[in-house]
Design a binder for this molecule. Sequence first.
Ligand code: PLP
Length: 285
Amino acid sequence: RTVYVNGDYLPEAEATVSIFDRGFLMADGVYEVTSVLGGKLIDFAGHAKRLERSLNELDMKKPACFDDLLEVHRELVRLNAIDEGLIYLQITRGSDGDRDFVFPDPDTTEPTVVLFTQSKPGLADSAQSRTGTKIISIEDIRWGRRDIKTVQLLYPSMGKMMAKKAGCDDAWLVEDGHVTEGTSNNAYIVKGGKIITRQLSNDILHGITRAAVLRFAREAQMEIEERSFTIEEAQAADEAFTTSASAFVMPVVEIDGVVLGDGTPGPVAKRLREIYLDESVKSAI
Ligand code: PLP
């Protein structure tokens, strides 16, 4: 693979970052994952806008290459001949060559920018989207600024492991009795044709896919309610699904051992996945 590090395109084995980088020492960094379908970027503008917001919220300066990031994404797609896959982008606060809780002087410290591609043939036509996923619920013990897309992914990663140990695919996080979101996706239920998903706040990541899917659902005259819901309500729902840039719309067929409907992906999730893929490929750049 050819990767991008701080202005250079390099073979992955030659790409290096300082051991003092605050991303490495303190998870002081933000990221984005953009999907690639047919060699084109899905919703790049949405990801770039959220990235800028994440940087602002953490008082992190924009890297010099910020305005070139679209070109960098495209160049990596070209160099690695990606047809279907993902592009991972990470920006950390960098380092001034030591470890300190105090932020280094932004006038003399450059952020570290890393991008790499992941080829994923069959991403759009995934086997999992045809069978659906099984979910466990776990307590949400993450920090209070989940609206910022930071690289602090240890607990979501542990949640995924807990799900795997339980013979499931993923976990939904529950706080004060209500589902916040999935480990790496936004969570939805469908009842009586109505799509229910948690309202935006600092408690969840403002999914780029969520925004697009809700827009397409509204355009298709589907009813939407943005409010929190419990695991019990989800277990009694007609169907459930998640959204993310890397898995699009993913049907959920089981929650904490309770099978939803007939245990196969529901019609609303299937339709939204189709619409999302059609529409976002049309506007891919
Ligand atoms: N929520 C969390 C915690 C995530 O990590 C992600 C994606 O990584 C999402 C939601 C979905 O966001 P997006 O649709 O922008 O990928």
